[in-house]
Design a protein around this ligand. Structure first.
Ligand code: PHE
Ligand code: ZN
Length: 865
């Protein structure tokens, strides 16, 4: 319950069941922008048509504006009224032309929603409900309009004027200003509108589509950043060809532009023909970007490009359907990335992300189904659940249908819903039809929140040669959903004999009831169970496999993911035992890691991931009550033991990985760099005398950011004073590069050292720190919140720090503030004293006058949910 006072002020809740089709449609809109950072005049001409026989007025969404003028069918009109932020006009007929004019102030727009200024340029962000901050319009995704956009601006300050679609005309005025007009022939919802005005240069290329259309590609950045755009441009061309080959999807306009901006609330935005990116997902060169940055750039470029079909050509009926475009598009970009390098390592990374970001969400007060039932502020639902669990749900459908059925389903979906606003259910129906399957029960994945837990117990009777696998599923309650119906869980499984050979082929078992028994006959050898291979279902497996069996699978399973998983489970069991029983046998982990390191047949990229211990946070997630210090100590002890016992292997792995020549971005070179950082981490964990010297030498000699940041991270987690020197060198070298300075802040905020809370508090006063830039805010405040050790150290100072910064950030940028709140919402997972101090901070946030609805929703759900 929320208290009486905030209940009065509580923002309105929007419910999925209340959906009504729009009263008025807008087939066409013409926009005219007289652009200036301090004051921009926006004239909009909307052709509106009544959607059915009703008599309701036209209602146009706004945000804090009153129109300067309103014309109906060309005639000034006074008979309009404001209902809150909504402009309401009674109209006699069924088709009218409405003209409005507003004046907006981009340079005062710190929320970065609507039209805003970044680095001297002007740009827009409209998803989800930012268009109403630009002009009056039915700002909902099921109103699709054809846009014509004219922009006029000072020629010197804003030589480049871009909008959606194709350019159709431009010209100079004699007062030093110029203009350009763009037209987008594809009807689109307002959230896909974009314009950019600025002093930008393009890295250009062309792409010829499968039907022979030539597309002009451009990546627009400030001129000095041009050399850093090659990787993004090449990723774009590879992604365009991939979507033709794998999904049969072709690009549809003559131009495709991407603009990089430094101030951006999310990663990037798929505006039709004019993607706008956070510059961190465009700019890369070896000296400033890590291999992970390179990979993320390719993935995000592909993701936004893929939205052209999954999102733009077929869009969402309402925001409850967000996962329709996001889950599907993440699934598509994951497939793309898997095809560019090691698919096994990509799967490992994706599952790690899911466990780090989505499982905790599903287990906490903010849990929601991938198709939520209600929201106060839709921006709060751009979550790991909508995106990453949404992608897992699509992956299960693809597994159930098989490649041909899935492709038939997506073809049908794109064909049937092209040019329309669809629902998740429309998508599932196409999958049923394309694959010839019944997904009625499967649909529970769209309506129920929570991570299912599957217990798997294998019995074997050597005498009869019969093995029986008993499965049971159960999903814990989530807010508003006390009881769960059974899910459909596609579980890939296989049995192995103790000689290391498979007992039969892998099978796909559909667990759709609360319990099931699977019988295997002719099993004479003692079987070992490999289950949820490839992470075929996004669930938690609870099995009684012994550490011997896990060790065995980590060496013999022929599914690389399952092999990784067996090792992770072994590590997890060991760490949980260490925390809960106060002691644990490290030997099985040490032997499994040794075997993996010594197995020359394994891809080094896989080895580097397999030998890493699960994170502090993931270990904490296994415990009844998280004791961050106990987790940290147990993990450090195991790391030290691994480091010491396998010292020779780490040294030789390090030496092997260091032999590479000059930097290249290729799968084997990336694998070597990853292995190098991992080995360095274990050398340091062993407590070796020379560890800091080795790290510092790597730091100084590095010809690329992966090696440099890997060494810096090791130093920043360590005791040696060399970390101070390294941090200074790093800072001085990159003080002009905002994206690299973010790494400097972030590496310190993620440090496992005791003094991290104090260091972070001091960094918040650093002249380069600012809450106004979302990347910078996330690099310090966001990173600190997910540092399980540092955030919970001491007597609640970390909680106070986070709350103070969220309250301050909320005044500037509520969306970004609300995104950083979840660590405080995890109070139920901690001891009473910590829980109480976390709640105090949530209450303090809620008591703040003028709180945004973004932060109000997150904090109140976190407190009461
Ligand atoms: N639609 C964007 C994406 O996932 C995310 C986004 C949402 C960006 C809201 C900005 C604002 O591709
Ligand atoms: Zn997306």
């Amino acid at each position: 319950m929320i208290d009486a006072q905030s209940a009065l002020a509580a923002p309105l809740v929007t419910r999925r069941e209340d959906y009504q089709p729009p009263d008025w449609l807008v087939p066409d809109i013409a926009l005219d922008f007289d652009l200036d950072p301090s004051s921009t005049r926006v004239t909009a001409i909307l052709d509106v048509t009544r959607s059915s026989a009703h008599e309701r007025p036209l209602r146009l969404d706004g945000d804090g504006q009153v129109p300067r003028k309103v014309l109906v069918d060309g005639v000034p009109h006074n008979d309009w009224r404001m209902d809150g932020d909504t402009l309401e006009i009674d109209l006699p007929g069924s088709a009218h032309r409405i003209e409005t004019e507003v004046v907006i102030h981009p340079d005062r727009n710190t929320q970065l929603m609507g039209l805003y200024a970044s680095g001297g340029n002007l740009c827009t962000q409209c998803e989800a409900e930012g268009f109403r901050r630009i002009t009056f319009f039915p700002d909902r995704p099921d109103v699709l309009a054809r846009y014509v956009v004219k922009m006029t601006a000072d020629r010197k300050r804003f030589p480049v004027l871009l909008a959606n679609g194709d350019p159709i005309a431009s010209g100079d005025l004699d007062d030093g200003r110029h203009w350009a007009e763009w037209r987008d022939p594809f009807p689109k919802p307002s959230y896909l509108f974009a314009l950019v005005a600025g002093d930008l240069s393009a890295n250009r290329a062309t792409f010829t589509t499968m039907s022979g259309r030539e597309v002009q590609l451009g990546i627009w950045v400030r001129e000095s950043d041009l050399p850093k755009t090659e990787h993004a441009l090449s990723a774009l061309r590879i992604a365009m060809a991939w979507d033709e080959r794998v999904y049969g999807r072709e690009y549809d306009l003559d131009v495709f532009n991407i603009v990089a901006v430094d101030d951006f609330n999310f990663g990037a935005m798929e505006n039709k023909g004019l993607n706008i990116f956070n510059s961190r997902y465009i700019l890369a060169d070896p000296d400033t970007a890590t291999d992970l940055d390179y990979d993320a750039i390719a993935a995000v470029v592909a993701h936004e490009y893929f939205h052209n079909w999954s999102g733009n050509r077929v869009t969402c009926r309402d925001w409850f359907q967000l996962s329709l475009k996001e889950g599907f598009t993440v699934f598509r970009d994951q497939g793309f990335s898997a095809d560019q390098g090691s698919a096994a390592v990509k799967r490992i990374e994706d599952v790690r992300t899911l466990r780090a970001a989505q499982f905790p969400e599903d287990a906490g007060p903010l849990a929601h189904p991938i198709r939520p039932d209600s929201y106060m502020e839709i921006s709060n639902f751009y979550t790991a659940t909508i995106y990453n669990k949404g992608a897992e749900v699509i992956r299960m459908i693809a597994t159930i249908l098989g490649p041909d059925g899935f492709r038939a389903g997506t073809d049908l979906y794109f064909d049937r819903y092209d040019g329309t606003a669809a629902t998740c259910d429309d998508f599932v129906r196409c999958m049923e039809f394309g694959g010839g399957v019944d997904l009625s029960q499967f649909r529970r994945w769209y309506s129920q929140a929570g991570t299912p837990r599957v217990s798997a117990v294998l019995d074997h009777d050597a005498g009869s040669g019969r093995a029986t696998l008993r499965l049971a599923q159960r999903t814990p309650p989530t807010p508003g959903q006390p009881d769960k119906e059974p899910f459909v869980l596609p579980l890939k499984l296989k049995l192995f004999g103790t000689a290391g050979t498979a007992l039969g082929a892998e099978q796909l078992y559909m667990l759709d009831r609360p319990t099931a028994e699977i019988v295997f006959d002719g099993v004479t050898d003692r079987p070992v169970l490999s289950i949820n291979r490839g992470f075929s279902a996004p669930v938690i497996i609870e099995s009684d496999r012994s550490s011997d069996d896990l060790k065995f699978l980590s060496a013999h399973d022929d599914d690389p993911f399952a092999r990784y998983e067996a090792m992770q489970q072994l590590m997890l069991d060991t760490l949980v035992a260490a925390v809960t029983l106060g002691r644990a046998d490290h030997q099985p982990v040490i032997e499994a890691v040794r075997r993996t390191l010594e197995d020359a047949a394994l891809d080094r990229a896989f080895v580097a991931e397999a030998v890493l211990l699960p994170s502090d946070a993931f270990v904490g997630d296994q415990l009844e009550t998280v004791d961050p210090e106990a987790v940290f100590r147990a993990r450090e002890a195991l790391r030290r033991d691994l480091g010491k016992t396998l010292a020779d292997l780490w040294r030789s792995a390090y030496a092997d990985a260091s032999r590479a020549g000059a930097f290249v971005y290729s799968p084997p070179a990336k694998a070597a760099r990853r292995m190098r950082s991992v080995a360095l981490g274990y050398i340091a964990a062993s407590g070796a005398e020379d560890a800091a010297d080795v790290a510092f030498a790597q730091f100084e000699a590095a010809d690329n950011m992966t090696d440099r940041q890997g060494a810096l991270t090791t130093l920043v987690n360590g005791k040696s004073d060399k970390r101070i020197a390294a941090l200074d060198i790093f800072y001085n070298r990159y003080s002009g590069d905002a994206l690299v300075l973010d790494k400097w802040f972030q590496t310190q905020a993620l440090s496992s050292r005791d003094d991290t809370p104090a260091v972070v508090a001091e960094l918040a006063r650093h002249p380069d720190f600012s809450l106004a830039n979302p990347n910078r805010a996330r690099s310090l405040v966001g990173a600190f919140g997910v540092n399980q050790r540092a955030f919970h150290l001491g007597d609640g100072a970390g909680y106070r720090f986070l709350a103070d910064h969220l309250i301050a950030l909320d005044k500037l940028n509520p969306q970004t503030a609300a995104k950083l709140l979840p660590p405080l919402g995890r109070w139920r997972r901690f001891d009473e004293k910590r829980a109480a101090s976390m709640k105090v901070e949530l209450e303090r946030i809620l008591a703040t006058p003028g709180l945004s609805k973004d932060l109000f929703e997150q904090a109140s759900r976190s407190l009461n949910g």
